[in-house]
Design a protein around this ligand. Structure first.
Ligand code: PBG
Length: 337
């Protein structure tokens, strides 16, 4: 036989044969759109570090929720930006707090036509910007009190379920958060409210632009509760605990720099796995594309496809609407259709 014996290029010769053997594809229902709702805003406000993403007013949020349904997205994930913050994040628990009001409004608009999700964390609501309440002994750097925070998460979960969220996304990385939230929901009769656990969540520089998106006042960092970027094994330990405590779905975050973690979690998980393409990943693509250094649409879709290849079932991305529209209109580059 002539050399080479194998010619993998045969299956790359035409677009048709490439389509025939394509292992992974993207579809609108894979995507979840994260959105920010700003209390008191009368019109959407641009987020400078995330070109194309805004802090919504209630009206623009409602319109976007309808766009999400029309585009056939899997879901919409709400983040609240309250007008006033305090040490314990009261606005997160208050039924009249901006996130809970927005959940109620969005649910009224979309019913069960898409999955309405809410971020369940205190950092958007605390004046110090941490994901929980602080110990009172004035430590420097500030220490987040795990168990005191859990009690607030339980109340927040009930408030969000009561407001109509289908699925809660606890993202604070407190130990035991899934168990406490599940118990609180069940106790109040919210057995059908699901938990999408941020299972592997790293202390990442890629969240940079998100801080502007939620007007965060954080000083210091989250390294005493979010995971060390150097570690993989502990994500599997977090996975085991979240499943044992009652998670319905699990998430890995950030996405692109943690595809190895995503692959490991996807292989170990008996329940659906999501990946979050976070603010910094979005902004990097936008910044390079604005310079003409990257093909924006190809980079967007290729990065999303990489999450599917790594084993994700669900993709949280600020590109959700645009990617879905590109795919549905047939305008997406052929290698993604
Ligand atoms: C915490 C939370 C964060 C993000 C989602 N949920 C910020 C953080 O943990 O520091 C980041 C999302 C993004 O960067 O797009 N509520």
């Amino acid at each position: 036989m002539a050399f080479p014996h194998h010619r993998p290029r045969r299956l790359r010769t035409t677009a048709a044969v490439r389509a025939l053997v394509r292992e992974n594809t993207l579809r609108p229902a894979d995507f979840v759109l994260p959105v920010f709702i700003r209390e008191g805003a009368t019109e959407p406000r641009p987020i400078t570090s995330m070109p194309g993403v805004v802090q919504h007013s209630m009206d623009s949020l409602k319109r976007t929720a309808h766009d999400v349904v029309k585009a056939g997205l899997g879901g919409i994930m709400l983040f609240g930006v309250p007008e006033t913050k305090d040490a314990v994040g009261s606005a997160g628990v208050d039924p009249n707090g901006i996130l809970n009001v927005a959940l109620r409004e969005v649910r009224k608009e979309v019913g069960d036509d898409t999955v309405v999700m809410s971020d369940l964390c205190l950092d958007e609501f605390t004046d110090h910007g941490h994901c929980g309440v602080l110990t009172t002994d004035g430590d420097s750097p500030a220490t987040v009190d795990n168990d005191a925070t859990l009690a607030i998460y339980a109340d927040m979960a009930v408030a969000q379920a009561e407001a109509g969220a289908h699925m809660l996304g606890p993202s604070g990385m407190m130990d035991g958060q899934i168990g406490v939230i599940r118990e609180a929901l069940d106790e109040k009769g919210y057995q059908d409210t699901s938990i999408f656990a941020y299972t592997a969540k790293y202390a990442s520089a890629f969240y940079g632009p998100f801080r502007e998106a939620v007007n965060s006042s954080l000083e210091g960092d989250r390294r005493t509760y979010q995971q060390d970027p150097a570690n993989l094994r502990e994500s599997l330990w977090e996975l085991e605990q979240d499943i044992a405590e009652g998670a319905d779905m699990v998430m890995v975050k950030p996405g692109l720099p943690y595809l190895d973690v995503l692959r490991a979690v996807a292989e170990a998980s008996p329940i659906p796995v999501g990946a979050y393409q976070v603010s910094g990943e979005y902004s990097m693509i936008e910044a390079a594309a604005a310079q003409g250094w990257l093909d924006r649409e190809r980079t967007m879709l290729e990065s999303l496809l990489s999450f599917k290849r790594a084993g994700a079932d669900t993709l949280l991305t600020y590109y959700a609407l645009e990617a879905a529209e590109l795919l549905a209109s047939g305008r997406a580059p052929k290698e993604f259709l």
